[in-house]
Structure formats: C-alpha cells, structure tokens
Design a protein around this ligand. Structure first.
Ligand code: XMP
Length: 508
C-alpha cells in the first residue's frame, strides 16, 4: 500500500523544513512543494493533509504568492500557519489588515480546548508569534479558537470543511506544545495512519533501488562524509556485490580519517577501492597559495583520478550520489537537475557512460540520514561527523601546502577535536586552522620560530550564518598547552571569535 503524504505548500517562510521534519517526527511522510502549485497536481499527489507555510509577504498585495482556491475545496484537511493562515482567510473572503501592534516572540494565548487542534491542551498556552498583519474578519463558516491580548483571531477553524489556521508557529520549540498541535492536526483532523518509520523506509528504499537498476552495477564516489557513507551502506544492502565505491584519498584528510573510512566499509558486501593519491595532489598543489586556485586544482584532479579508476571497472551503468533533501530543496524543488554538481569535488564528469543516477537519500533530512546510517550499522561517531569541506585540509592550511604543514595541522586539529569532543554540549563545528604566520618563542634556552595555530568553533543551525562558540578559557588553555607541547612546529595558539557574516566558517 502506498505511504501517506502530508503536503507542505511553501509561501516563502523560513520554517518550511522545520515543519516537514516535525511532521516526519510524528511518523507521517511530508514533502514540500511551491505554494502556487495547481489544484490538479495536488489531487494527483493525493495528500492526507496540507499545511500552508508562513512567509514574509502581505496577502492583500497583488504580487504576493497566492493559492489556487480550488485546493481549499478538495475536501483535504488544510492547516494554515502565519502567512498561510492569513492566506486562507483572505482567499475565502475574510479580511486581513496590518496589526495595530505587531506581535513578535513568545506570546500568551487562550485556546479553545474543544477544538480538535487543541485536544489534550490546557486553555492557557504560549505560542511564538511573528507577524505584522492579522485576520480581522473571519471568512463565513469559521470561528475563532484562540486569542492573544493583541490578536483576537490567533487561530480559526471550519471543521466541517476540514480547514484550520493558526497565526502562531507550532513548528518551533518556542511554542512548547506546538508538536502536540501538529500531532492533533495530523491524527485527529487528517486521520493519518502514522505509517512512516525508519525500518519500513529502509525496506522501501532498497526495493526502489532494485527496481531502478535491475541487475546493473553501480558506482559511488565515496567522500567519507555522512551522506555518501550512508548511501554506500544502503546500496551495499540493496545490491550485494554490485556496488563499487571509489574513495579518493587526496592526502588532505584529517588524522587517521582515511583508515577510519576504510574500516567502516570493510566486511560489507561491496567493492571498496581506495586510491592513495596524496603524491599526485600535493605535486599539483606545490607552490599554490590562492584559495580558489587550490579548490579548482583539487576538483579537477579528483575528476581525473575518478575517471581513471572507474575506467578500470567492468560494466557500470549507474552513478550513485548521496544527495539529500535540503540539497534538492535548495536547488529548486522537484525541478532540480538530475545530476547535482557535486559540491565536494567540483563536479563529476558529465560525459561518463552512465544511463542513470541513483539518489536513494534524496527525500531525507540529515537527521533521518544519520538515523538510517545507525540502522545500517555505521557507528554513532561515524554518522555524527562534522561537515568537512571536499578540498579538505587544503583550505585549512593558509598559504602553500606542504607535508610538514599538513602534519602540524592534523596533530593540532586532533587534539582540539579530542578535547572539545568530551563536552556534553558541543559546538556545531570545530576544527583547527594552520595560519601562515610564524612567531618567535622560547623553549628551554632555545629560540623557536614556529607556526601559529588558530582554533575555530562555531554555533549554527544552518551553516549559512554562525556565531563563535564561547568555549571556556579553561578548555582553551588546556588545548593550547597540549598543542604547543605535543605538536612539533606549532608555537602559538589563537582563538577565532568572528561570526559569519562577515567571516565564513572556513578560513578559505
Ligand atoms: P563557509 O566557510 O562557506 O562554510 O562558511 C559553510 C559550511 O560548508 C562547509 N564547506 C564545504 N563543504 N565542500 C563542502 O562539502 C566545500 O568545498 C566546502 N567549503 C566549506 C564548511 O565546513 C561549513 O560547514
């Protein structure tokens, strides 16, 4: 039986992915489509329910995104959130006007416990508000089921038609009972079956891959990152003996990383090809200091190595990629190009002989990919690896790349990661950078002239912006002492306290 889908229509709100993840956490599969999708397409998808997201516009402006009003007549339950709530009111003949007092942040509200949305909840609730317009006149057939001091219609409903709307954001943590409200919509209003879970998901993905590739062989460029690794683990279950993974070790990995990747895949039913290409890469990078040139050289060399190695393989007809859902959403939803240019490696060869691309993870969020990886037997430490740039340590060694500098960075970085790794709450990304600055020091009676290591640790949810992590001075002091004592060639340690913007997370 086909799995149920909850359709999320995107009106430009920043929380669309969060809504989709919350719904999936309630064991209902969700997918995001553009808000202006025609009703006909919605009918084809046949969702069990629809959620309209928030957005930054005003519904009464002509150039704001609108909804095909037929969607509201399909008999499928709809929940409008924020802009989505106003859009529902406006489309059905209600009135939306600018607020006399805009509401931002956690706001007290009184809800009607008789409403199916607020089932099991007390009348006094907190909701995260963020709006400058509000619904002033409800459309015919609707009643108000929540209010705040400044917003008399903080939620409205017409249960007969299955139409519900909330001005606040149930998807964020600042609305403490938000998940219960979404749960109520899914299970009490839409009658969802809750048929989405990881175990079935794995089985279904395996069936899909088998149906797609038949008895062909598949090639995967395994970077060692979480996505390509989980993809490899899944495909090795789906296609025992027919998955060929090329892992190009460009010599720019972190300490012991190449061996860890190899160990994670030994004993699995796949053809694991490790190419130790350090010499080639370092030769090409010799004397190069410009960051973009480094990236380009590495991308081009990667493609060359990959082509040479794959040419040695027998009849491989499919190329697998670890594309995940946020990549798909970012590159334009369902209209995304079929072959994503691999952001890790600067583009895989376009002229290779593949008859198709296999992307089994393309509907999954990162936390689902991690959970799937665990289920497929990858260790927790492995699936929780931090993001690591494709060009590796090349963009963390400032100036020219040499074996000596790489060695210093690897050792310093390992110490920093080991120490921070002991924290109960860790920053989202943390690593060391080797600056191109050497400074004078003194060890015993000798003058030294060694490199300065910079430590970087950031807090971020999306890696698009970040703030520096306020690590304790005790921790920083311990890391610094260990680095200058244990790492030959490292003479000074500094901590980077810049946010993004204006800095980026990586130094190059
Ligand atoms: P920036 O430095 O742009 O980094 O603030 C944002 C996030 O992306 C990672 N990053 C990369 N990831 N290939 C990748 O797959 C790359 O070339 C690359 N460059 C940066 C970076 O580690 C951070 O998490």
């Amino acid at each position: 039986m086909a799995q149920q889908t909850l359709l999320i229509l995107d009106f430009g709100g920043q929380y669309k992915e969060l809504i989709a993840r919350r719904v999936r956490e309630c064991n209902v599969y969700s997918r995001i489509e553009p808000g202006e999708i025609p009703a006909e397409k919605v009918r084809e998808i046949a969702p069990v329910g629809i959620i309209l997201t928030g957005g930054p516009n005003s519904v009464y402006r002509e150039d704001s995104p609108h909804i095909d009003r037929e969607i509201l007549k399909l008999g499928i339950p709809v929940l409008g959130i924020c802009y989505g709530a106003q859009l529902m009111a406006y489309t059905l003949g209600g009135t939306v006007e600018p607020c006399s007092v805009s509401e931002y942040g956690k706001t007290r509200m009184t809800v009607d416990p008789e409403s199916p949305l607020f089932d099991e909840l007390e009348p006094e609730q907190i909701g995260l508000m963020s709006h400058t317009d509000r619904i002033t006149v409800l459309p015919a057939g609707f009643t108000s089921v929540a209010s705040t001091a400044d917003c008399p219609n903080a939620a409205m409903q017409d249960p007969r038609r299955g139409l519900f709307a909330v001005q606040f954001h149930p998807e964020v943590e600042s609305t403490p009972n938000g998940t219960q409200i979404l749960y109520n919509f899914l299970f009490r209003v839409c009658g969802a079956a809750g048929d989405y879970n990881l175990h079935d998901l794995e089985k279904r993905l395996i069936e899909q891959v088998r149906a797609q590739v038949g008895d062909a062989h598949v090639l995967l460029a395994l970077s060692g990152g979480v996505d390509s690794s989980v993809c490899a683990a899944l495909l090795s279950h789906a296609l025992p003996g027919r998955l060929h993974c090329i892992f190009v070790d460009h010599g720019l990995m972190r300490k012991n990383e190449g061996d860890e990747v190899e160990a994670a895949f030994s004993g699995r039913d796949l053809d694991f090809i490790r190419v130790n290409a350090e010499d080639r890469f370092l030769e090409k990078l010799a004397g190069v200091t410009d960051p973009e040139t480094k990236r380009k050289i590495i991308g081009a060399e990667f493609v060359r190595v990959f082509e040479e190695e794959s040419a040695k393989l027998p009849d491989v007809r499919f190329l697998a990629q670890g594309t995940i859902y946020p990549d798909v959403i970012e590159s334009g939803g369902s209209h995304a190009a079929t072959i994503k240019s691999h952001h890790n490696v600067g583009g895989l060869p376009k002229n290779m002989r593949f008859s198709g691309v296999v992307e089994p993870l393309r509907n999954l969020f990162k936390d689902e990919v991690r959970a799937l990886g665990r289920q497929l037997g990858l260790s927790r430490a492995y699936v929780e690896r931090q993001p690591f740039p494709g060009p590796g340590l090349a963009v963390r060694v400032m100036g020219e790349i040499t074996r000596e500098k790489l060695e210093i960075l690897r050792d310093a970085d390992a110490i920093f990661r080991e120490e921070v790794g002991r924290l109960r709450v860790r920053p989202d990304q943390y690593f060391a950078v080797l600056t191109d600055t050497r400074s004078v020091g003194v060890v015993g009676d000798f003058r030294t002239y060694d490199y300065t290591v910079a430590l970087r640790a950031v807090r971020t949810s999306d890696f698009m912006t970040c703030e520096y992590a306020p690590l304790s001075h005790t921790l920083l002091g311990r890391v610094s002492a260990r680095i200058v004592n244990e790492v030959k060639g490292a003479g000074r340690v500094v901590y980077d306290i810049t946010g993004k913007p204006p800095a980026t997370i990586e130094w190059q």
